[in-house]
Design a protein around this ligand. Sequence first.
Ligand code: ISL
Length: 552
Amino acid sequence: MSENIKRIWWKEEVIYQIYPKSFKDSDGDGIGDLPGIISKLDYLKDLGVDIIWLSPIYASPNDDNGYDISDYRAIHPDYGTMEDFDRLLAGLHARGMKLIMDLVVNHTSDEHEWFEESKKSKDNPYRDYYIWKKGVNGGPPNNWKSFFGGSAWKYDATTDEYFLHLFTQKQADLNWENPAVRENICDTLRFWLDKGINGFRMDVIPLISKRLDFASTDLEYLNDVIAQVYSNGPKVHEYINEMYEKALKDYDIMTVGEGPGISTDVGLKYVGEDRRELNMIFHLDHMFLGHGQKGKFDPEEYGWADIKRIFKDWYEAMEDSGWVSIFLDNHDFPRLVSRFGNDKEYRVESAKLLSLMVFTLRGTPCVYQGSELGMSNVHFDSLEDYRDVETLNYFNEFSKEGMTEEDFLPLVHEHGRDNVRTPMQWDSSKNAGFTEGTPWIAVNPNYKEINAEKVLADPESIYFWYQKIMTYRKENKTLVYGDWNVVEQKSKDIYVYERFDEDNHFYILLNHSNSTQKFELDLSTHNLELHNIDNETLTILQPWEARLYKRK
Ligand code: ISL
């Protein structure tokens, strides 16, 4: 019940994710950077977001755009210097905003000095920082597959052993069994926390404890392998608790764990209020919908019934003592308006509807850069325009089985991560105002239609809708802490739910379809407070119409 739920800033505030490489370039090298972000702080403040989550900005060979770190305490020169970082942090704090950093400690780059030492010899002091195994029958130690296709093991001739990499071959998994690894990571946490940052988003945190038998698996679906073999290993809670006790607990910060493989039955173990582990998780159940046997490029059908079931299950699992973040896209998944909305004839309406949902389900809302503009997926004609290692690796694998580029491209248009990694569209000038140079990935050709300059000039735009709802949520804490309940409807194309506590009651009505829909609800006791479409027939919802009512 809501009265038991602890009231605290990180439940009330809104997170905004910046993907630095694609946000704003200040020096014309085609790559976004920290001074670029600093130049947009007033834009972010005016939008009304509170907490900036910065995807990795550390030293990295960029095999996976910074999720392969070679020095946890250095800023990548593409992004600027530590002085730039300090200015960014100060600029955010001066505006009453906060900063959370991406913590990527399941693996490091193979160019991290720990790995460079580790691979030198079996008796190197750093050998045990990573997971090395002998091959079996001339092949890898087991049949584990990487998240990005192919074996999760890479052979290294120097010592005639394989090392584990659950992601690319340049992302070697750390061995958390080794206390020196854990001590080093706690030192790194304190290094950043002492600078005054406000928390961490922890990358693939359920993966850090491995099942030490390293047994091959019979499971066929990548999602099942992730949940049952890679995630939630035997010591994961011990390790997260250790980070909490040795570093996190001494600071007024927030932590959010990215949770591939965390399902509702184990969620509370990570975020229960008595657990001394994490504050909230990004569960990925709705994001992994439609991922078939071989993952996202092997799609299966799914629908809103699945989305609604997942949000209900998670609400029930977290109701008493847990917390999640609510989001519908990030740097790993397609644009929310393209995936869950209609990015053609109802782009603006459906973008507004989806954001109302993000801001009114129970959890801390997280907005991905460009969603406030209604940015949509990109459809490049050739694989040459794509940059993401996941896309390129999968094509490499699928092409061995006979798939052509022509067959693969529609899958990339639908599911590829570059959909959300094209540059932020600031205005209608060359390269959407992102850079004076050549952008590292091409701008979405729709930038003349969809850009920040345009939405800022239109009081009815998606941007101002975001601003309005965020203000409204701050003024109406029932939308943060209140109970949540679905009001069942005959039509399966509408989503009606209520948020309530002793003082207030809200109805949220969402028509997530391209046709008009009837609903059954007595609204005589309520006032219409927010709506995305002017509609005189109050008993019928127009396509993608969204409304919020409050009790009189
Ligand atoms: O996008 C996915 C694969 O299709 C997800 O499974 C994703 O890989 C998973 O959620 C883990 O993501 C995180 O760790 C990866 C990095 O590539 C992602 O960008 C990051 O969010 C490895 O560090």
